[in-house]
Design a protein around this ligand. Structure first.
Ligand code: ME8
Length: 656
């Protein structure tokens, strides 16, 4: 029988970017981690399950600016959405780390200090082809056929800046050795081979700071730099387990047992992260597992294809457990898998409503009908009983062994095979016939007992996948043991259902879905959405100029809409906590205006006073870092080479 030594178990998901709403693919990743965490709790492990949000970076800064709010206000709102999703999906994380939290900022800065003091961080100059939306540098040969970002296919820019570097090259041989010596460190094995090949090509030092934006954790000794991306993100795994302030707790949970990540970020977790940990003289995580991607109806999810599946909408429609069941059953962990609404509905009808729902319903109804709802003690056994018990023991053994190996889909299939087996046992033993014969009273009691006991085991075995359903079954069985105290050991021996106790009232677990009616409803919803979108587009077109833009050209009418005027700068001051923005008060001849402009790195405030600049005066007002801006000052050039347009004409003069 499967034996397990109870131990601390630290499991993490990636921390998600709040740059967009989470979709069903993110929900997939967190659901996997959740069911593994729940299994380990069932084994008696002292589990710490972490998820969170990765909030810094240029992309967030830009999105916040476009929305006219501070980056933290922007991420607060989106992160609240993440937390709501995890709650709705029954995710049992023990902590939620935000990279914007003070506790994390302290850790990142301290790690920077320690590695810098060791000589493994140095200042240099970075020149590269940068994709802003992806926050990634690419080499020339990595670009796509159009010379654009290989991930998002948008243009890249050559960027050169002073930056700090992490001396990753120093750890190349050690990390390779580690991977070769620890066959279980990177899984599945295909990813492991990829990583080995990648390291063999040689590791460059890693650029870990930026000066081109502000939204990040400042380098402690040089605050015009912010620490960016992986150095900030990966270190989140150390923050909540007491890295800086609770050595006993840290020792208990570190090294992590499992970093569960999507396949595209295995490299960061199995190469960069080990190098950082080696530089900190910390042990390496025990396992990095790269799961596959969820695709939708055979296609990768993307906003432009309009096939992004919103998990909240699905949960509203079907409930969390069926979605969890579907994701975990349909997809083999290391491979890509397909999500389809029709397949989900089919699984709900066949596996959940039919197989599981009917087993519970029939068993409870028969116990109520034939024994007044009271469980009677079994005595003796026939061939069918013995075979059912053997199958139950096999299922529990399989469950324990395979869940430990993260074989989620295989395990679910085995549990469902046992559910079918129990349904077949009902047909074999025909309790309704036994109930008609007073001489078969004990035989009937045995059959009902075996069914109820099977359902007890089933409830526990499905609890990592469908925690709410498992508890609902437990309640209907009316078992005296507190469901939350149940452990794997409780199902490793047969007979835990006490005799003499009364079962609860059967309530249908999953109503069957009428596929046709459901699809009609869904199509009507899609049609309504499409109609609303078309109306919006029509309204926008109506408001747009007669002549549609072609090749980026605009019509004269379009140009004429922009009102340009000479503005005289009356006051100028820096916007606090930014080094780019300046707040100006200008005279437009007949009125004064406040405008915020990104010119603070190019001009001292006093040098602008008295200048006559050119301004767009009918731009919709916006808030930049909380300061209202009513217009836009025109300038030529960008970044360090930028100059505002000035003219020698009085304030208020129209510019055409
Ligand atoms: O990568 N199917 O964040 P992220 C399955 N912040 N998984 C998917 C998926 C899909 N269709 N789409 C995304 C980041 N994911 C970094 C991580 S960790 C220190 C920093 C998974 O929000 C993706 O594979 O872009 C990744 O594991 C996770 O969602 C977070 O992606």
């Amino acid at each position: 029988m499967y034996q397990h030594e109870k131990k601390p178990f630290y499991i993490t998901t990636p921390i998600y970017y709040p740059s967009a709403k989470l979709h069903i693919g993110h929900a997939y990743c967190t659901t996997i981690a959740d069911s593994i965490a729940r299994f380990h709790r069932l084994e008696g492990d002292d589990v710490f399950f972490l998820t969170g949000s990765d909030e810094h970076g240029l992309k967030i800064e830009q999105k916040a600016e476009a929305a006219g709010v501070k980056p933290i206000e922007y991420t607060n709102k989106i992160v609240a959405g993440f937390q709501n999703l995890w709650k709705r999906l029954s995710i049992s994380n023990d902590d939620f780390i935000r990279t914007t939290q003070e506790r994390h900022i302290r850790v990142v800065q301290e790690i920077f200090r320690r590695i810098y003091a060791k000589g493994d961080i140095y200042k240099g100059k970075y020149t590269g082809l940068y994709c802003t939306p992806c926050e990634s540098y690419w080499t020339e040969h990595q670009l796509d056929e159009n010379g654009c970002c290989p991930d998002c296919h948008r243009p890249v820019q050559e960027v050169s800046e002073e930056a700090y570097f992490f001396r990753m090259s120093r750890y190349q041989d050690r990390v390779l050795q580690y991977i070769e010596d620890h066959p279980d460190f990177i899984q599945p094995v295909s990813r492991r081979n990829e990583m080995i090949n990648f390291i063999k090509q040689g590791l460059d030092d890693l650029c870990i700071s930026r000066t081109s934006f502000d939204w990040g954790i400042p380098v402690p000794t040089d605050p015009k730099h912010v620490i960016y991306v992986w150095f900030d993100a990966l270190t989140n795994y150390l923050t909540p387990i007491g890295y800086l302030d609770d050595p006993a707790r840290f020792k208990k949970y570190w090294p992590a047992d499992l970093h569960l990540v999507g396949k595209e970020i295995v490299r960061f977790h199995s190469i960069i992260w080990p190098c950082i940990l080696m530089a900190l003289d910390l042990p390496l995580p025990k396992k990095v597992y790269g799961h596959g991607w969820l695709i939708v109806d055979g296609d990768k999810m993307s906003k432009s294809k309009g096939n992004v599946v919103d998990p909240i909408g699905l949960i509203d429609e079907f409930g969390a457990d069926p979605i969890r069941y579907f994701l975990l059953r349909e997809i083999n962990l290391g491979q890509d898998g397909n999500f389809s609404r029709d397949a989900l509905i089919q699984r709900i009808n066949s596996d959940l409503a039919n197989d599981l729902g009917n087993l519970l319903h029939r068993t409870l109804n028969m116990t109520l009908k034939f024994q007044d709802g009271v469980v009677e003690a079994p005595q003796g056994e026939g061939a069918a009983d013995a075979s059912l018990k053997q199958d139950a023991a096999d299922a529990v053994e399989f469950f324990a062994q395979n869940m430990e190996q993260m074989e989620l889909s295989k395990t679910i299939k085995k549990v469902w095979a046992f559910i079918s087996r129990a349904n077949k046992y009902i047909d074999e033993t025909a309790p309704w016939a036994l109930a008609k014969d007073p001489a078969k009273k004990q035989e009937l009691a045995n059959v009902l007992y075996n069914l109820l006991e099977s359902l007890r085991l089933i409830a526990v075995m499905i609890s990592p996948f469908m925690p709410t359903t498992a508890e609902r079954i437990w309640k209907q069985l009316n078992l005296p043991q507190d469901f939350h105290s149940v452990q794997l050991e409780d199902i490793q021996t047969w007979g835990g259902t006490p005799a003499g106790h009364r079962v609860g009232t059967p309530v249908q677990l999953f109503p069957r879905i009428d596929i046709e009616a459901e699809n009609k409803k869904y199509e009507a919803k899609l049609a309504a959405e499409k109609k609303a979108k078309a109306q919006q587009e029509k309204a926008a077109k109506k408001a747009a100029p007669e002549h549609a833009a072609k090749d980026g050209q605009i019509s004269f009418e379009d140009f004429n809409k922009i009102q340009l005027r000479v503005a005289k700068v009356l006051q100028a001051e820096l916007v606090p906590k930014t080094d780019k923005l300046m707040k100006l008060v200008v005279d437009l001849g007949d009125e004064q205006r406040q405008v915020v402009s990104g010119i603070a790195q190019n001009y001292k405030p006093e040098s602008l006073i008295g200048k006559n600049v050119v301004m767009v005066i009918n731009l919709k007002p916006a808030k930049l870092r909380g300061v209202v801006s009513q217009g836009m000052i025109l300038a030529a050039g960008k970044d360090k080479d930028l100059e505002v347009l000035t003219v020698d004409m009085p304030a208020g003069t129209e510019v055409h």
